[in-house]
Design a protein around this ligand. Structure first.
Ligand code: PCA
Length: 202
C-alpha cells in the first residue's frame, strides 16, 4: 500500500523529477480539476494518473466504464506516447490488447492520459484483472496534447514535456506473444482485423 501524500492546497507546485520511475510520481498530489470528490472523501484524497492505450480509450469498447460515476471519477487530461518503446500486441481468443512489459522493444505507444480518484483506480485494478493478468506499473509518457486545467501547474507536464503515469502492462504472457505484430496506436476496428470480443459476448 502507498502512503497518501498530504499536500496543502494550493501551495504545492510539484514539478515531476527526471527519469526516475518511482511509482509515487504517478499520483497527483492535489485534488483534481474536473473530478469532484464524493462527499465522504477526505480533502486530501489522492488522485492518480493513468495512461490508457487499449479498449478503455475514447471510441473503444470499454470506454464506458471510465464514464460511469458508479465506478468513481475519471477526467481526460490529454494524449501522449510512451517515452520508451514497448511491444503492444493483440492476443488470445478474445483479441485483447496487451502492452508487454519489455521497455526498449516494440514501438512508442500512443494513448490517453486520465486522472482518476482512488475508487476508479481500485475499479480499474479489478476490471483489468490486476495483478494476475495485467500489472499496474509506472510509465513515462511524452505529452502531445494537453487539456488539463489551466492555472494548476501541479497537473501540467514537467518542463521536458513528460509525465509519469500508471499503465496496465503485463509481464505474465506467453513467450510467443513477443513475436506478434507490434502496434503503436490501438483501435479495435483497425486494419489488423482482430476486433476485441467484449466480455458480455464471451
Ligand atoms: N485496457 C487497458 C489496458 C488494456 C485494455 O484493453 C487500457 O485501455 O489501457
Amino acid at each position: 500500500m502507498y502512503e497518501p501524500q498530504e499536500v496543502a492546497f494550493p501551495s504545492a507546485v510539484a514539478v515531476l523529477p527526471g527519469p526516475s520511475l518511482d511509482e509515487s510520481h504517478a499520483y497527483s498530489q492535489l485534488a483534481l480539476a474536473g473530478v469532484r470528490r464524493g462527499s465522504g472523501a477526505s480533502p486530501a484524497a489522492r488522485m492518480a494518473r493513468v495512461f490508457i492505450y487499449g479498449t478503455l480509450k475514447r471510441g473503444q469498447p470499454n470506454h464506458k466504464v471510465l464514464l460511469d460515476g458508479a465506478n468513481g471519477r475519471a477526467a481526460f487530461q490529454g494524449r501522449g506516447r510512451t517515452v520508451e518503446p514497448y511491444p503492444l500486441v493483440i492476443a488470445g481468443e478474445h483479441n485483447i490488447p496487451w502492452l508487454l512489459n519489455l521497455p526498449g522493444q516494440g514501438r512508442r505507444v500512443a494513448g490517453e492520459i486520465y486522472v482518476v480518484d482512488e475508487q476508479m483506480l481500485s475499479f480499474l485494478d479489478e476490471f483489468e484483472g490486476c495483478p494476475d493478468m495485467y500489472q499496474r506499473t509506472p510509465v513515462r509518457v511524452t505529452v502531445l496534447e494537453w487539456e488539463g486545467r489551466q492555472g494548476t501547474p501541479e497537473e501540467m507536464p514537467a518542463t521536458d514535456g513528460t509525465l509519469q503515469c500508471f499503465v496496465y502492462s503485463t509481464a505474465s504472457y506467453a513467450p510467443e506473444w513477443v513475436r506478434l505484430p507490434h502496434h503503436d496506436s490501438y483501435d479495435s476496428r483497425g486494419e489488423h482485423g482482430l476486433p476485441y470480443n467484449p466480455r458480455e459476448n464471451r
